[in-house]
Design a binder for this molecule. Structure first.
Ligand SMILES: Cc1cc2nc3c(=O)[nH]c(=O)nc-3n(C[C@H](O)[C@H](O)[C@H](O)COP(=O)(O)O)c2cc1C
Length: 331
């Protein structure tokens, strides 16, 4: 049974890995992840705001009268709220690298192009085998078009690729208007991989206190479907690697992600719920499923359900949409 895959130019024995999260904060857990067979480990993110905090302070002095800027920065968590400051992050990366033999992927999280991205070079020097660039936009500015947001993201990819020699994968949200078109642009700009999709916290309104409430619920396999659609749509079009994040809990989730066209699957909620050992359970289940269904290798199933297998995907999706609405019956 051949589960091997390649991701961001790295040869991996199988496609399951721990995604960016607190799972990589403690050295004990990091070792447990390696023992359970995680193909690689992604560290939690270092944020743009942490890296540029000095410039932000300088700007606060200059723009003391700019109320919206002062308000925006007042929402930033205090430095103490972050698990790792920039220097600590680098130290942690070095310690994780020393502790394990599997690839370690560092993560930068931000929304604008700029000098902060050159921090990637330090992460490369700290031993990161690859970088994730988690792009987070809050599309609430009525003067900023979707085209502008896309151009900024492309510029971020361009800048980070200038800064580092290690591979860079871009972690994207679901909220891009013409997603397949945008993914191809990022691929052309040199993104070595795409990770679909970033997941946000749930917000709600407390109608009595007139406050926004927030919660970070763990996922379930039901969240996989949007990722499968995204991966299946872009798999035939991009040269780079594809990773699924969001809703990967079982061996069947890994099979579906691979059939859509993914090279790897990242797990966070499943490991936070069940512990690192869940990785070895999923691996055993995957081997059993492939044996039973006579798939000798993952490579043979990769992409066999991607969009190029359908003659007219737009018409197919639209027809299914109409069909589903017209034929719905109470279960
Ligand atoms: C507690 C927690 C912390 C996370 N921290 C990060 C982070 O620092 N950077 C990042 O890119 N994603 C982060 N994520 C998102 C995960 O990497 C992943 O994309 C998301 O949880 C969806 O995968 P899942 O369904 O397997 O949980 C975090 C998720 C959780 C639950």
């Amino acid at each position: 049974m051949d589960l091997s895959t390649t991701y961001l130019g790295m040869s991996l024995p199988h496609p399951m890995m721990a995604g960016a999260s607190p799972l990589s904060d403690e050295m004990d857990t990091v070792r447990q992840l390696e023992d359970a067979g995680s193909a690689a480990i992604v560290l939690r993110s270092l944020f743009e705001e942490q890296i540029v905090s000095e410039q932000v302070e300088a700007m606060l002095h200059e723009d003391a009268n700019d109320e919206s800027f002062a308000e925006a920065t007042s929402y930033f968590p205090d430095a103490g709220a972050f698990v790792f400051g920039p220097d600590e992050y680098l130290n942690h990366l070095r310690r994780v690298k020393e502790a394990v033999h599997i690839p370690v992927i560092a993560s930068l999280n931000g929304s604008t192009p700029g000098g902060w991205l050159s921090y990637g070079r330090l992460l490369e020097q700290g031993g990161a085998d690859a970088l994730e660039l988690n792009v987070f936009h809050t599309p609430l500015d009525p003067h900023k078009s979707s085209d502008e947001i896309e151009r900024e993201t492309v510029a971020m990819v361009h800048e980070i690729k200038q800064a580092v020699n290690i591979p860079v994968a871009v972690k994207l949200s679901y909220f891009f208007t013409s997603f397949a078109h945008f993914a191809v642009q990022l691929d052309r700009e040199g993104a070595d991989g795409l990770i679909l999709f970033n997941r946000f916290y749930d917000s709600d309104i407390d109608v009595h206190e007139l406050q926004v409430t927030r919660a970070l619920h763990l996922s379930s396999s039901s969240e996989l479907s949007s990722r499968l659609r995204g991966i299946a749509a872009v798999a035939p079009m991009v040269k780079g690697s594809l990773a699924v994040t969001g809703g990967v809990h079982t061996a069947l989730d890994v099979v579906k992600s691979t059939m859509a066209g993914a090279h790897v699957t990242q797990m966070v909620s499943a490991l936070l719920k069940n512990g690192p050992g869940h990785l070895s359970v999923v691996r055993k289940d995957l081997e059993a499923w492939m044996e039973e269904n006579q798939w000798p290798s993952l490579a043979e199933m990769r992409g066999n359900m991607s969009v190029d297998k359908i003659p007219n995907p737009q018409a197919y999706v639209r027809a299914n949409y109409m069909m589903m609405l017209q034929t719905w019956e109470r279960a």
